[in-house]
Design a protein around this ligand. Structure first.
Ligand code: ADP
Ligand code: MG
Length: 267
């Protein structure tokens, strides 16, 4: 079975950016740190050739204890070799979207809202290992239910849902603005997935420029997020615009990198 890795990094805002806001300092141990979580994907019935093949293979990765993964390599006529690794969090094949969010992500959102830190969540892994499932999950709004988050909703919608709930709670005290942008990096070209007049139009290209240590994208479209419903609509448009190429491993695989940036301003 394959697994994907979630990398998270938190780092302090630059002093200039932080100076405008009355922020609570981020504790030393939360600054500049990277956490690595592993999520083991279950074997999937049916689907692509790769997934069908998996059903007849040995389970390669198993969770050991709270934070360990044991990998077994089975080869014909050879004794099974195994290696053990430790991670910050290990999510087994029966882990839920909510568990992943609550264990590995929610503290980053708190740190960003309370302490003004920046946070990045990166999913890394081979095609078909569960990156899109973990990050986006199911993004179809359920028309029979006004409950927009479902058990299948991934990290991204849960983050936006919590940020919007925070904005609601603070409405009488603080002015909170949530901005969202979405770019795709495909063959080293950057495109704005919020640009273009219709969903079938190719998204407009962006040029990255380096200013000191910062990578900037002049002309990037940032949309203000008011409701979770609007996030669904924007997200569905962006997903449609994402370049999709079929691969042997995963029909839906886009073979591109997708980058969402969420800006939270508090005044
Ligand atoms: P990637 O984005 O890494 O290429 P996907 O997220 O598209 O991979 O996952 C490949 C397939 O496996 C999809 O059909 C997805 O729904 C399914 N899948 C991935 N992770 C899980 C999981 N933890 N539980 C159930 N199904 C999963
Ligand atoms: Mg994917």
């Amino acid at each position: 079975n394959s697994f994907c890795t979630l990398l998270e990094a938190g780092h302090r805002l630059s002093p200039l950016a932080a100076a405008d806001h009355p922020l609570v300092p981020v504790p030393m141990e939360q600054q500049q740190r990277v956490q690595v979580s592993v999520r083991i994907r279950p074997v999937i019935a049916g689907g692509s050739a790769m997934h069908q093949q998996e059903q007849y293979e040995h389970i390669a990765a198993t969770r050991t204890g709270d934070n360990g993964v044991s990998l077994q390599e089975h080869k014909l006529d050879e004794a099974c070799r195994s290696s053990a690794f430790q991670f910050d969090y290990v999510f087994d094949s029966d882990s839920t979207q909510l568990e992943v969010y609550e264990d590995a992500v929610v503290d980053l959102i708190d740190a960003a809202l309370q302490g003004g830190s920046n946070a990045t969540i990166l999913a890394y892994g081979q095609t078909g290992s569960g990156k899109t499932h973990s990050m986006l999950g199911d993004v179809r709004p359920n028309p029979l239910d006004d409950q927009l988050l479902t058990p299948q909703s991934g990290i991204f919608l849960r983050v936006l849902s919590d940020l919007l709930a925070f904005r609601e709670r603070r409405a009488d005290k603080t002015h909170v603005v949530i901005g969202l942008s979405c770019v795709e990096i495909y063959n080293e070209k950057i495109r704005d997935l919020f640009g273009g007049s219709s969903a079938d139009d190719p998204p407009p290209p962006l040029k990255a420029v380096m200013v000191d240590e910062h990578v900037l994208l002049p002309g990037l479209i940032v949309k203000e997020v008011m409701t979770l419903n609007s996030v669904f609509n924007e997200l569905q448009l962006a997903i449609q615009r994402r370049q999709s190429r079929a691969t042997g491993a995963n029909k839906e695989s886009s073979r591109s990198h997708c980058l969402f940036t969420v800006d939270v301003l508090q005044r």
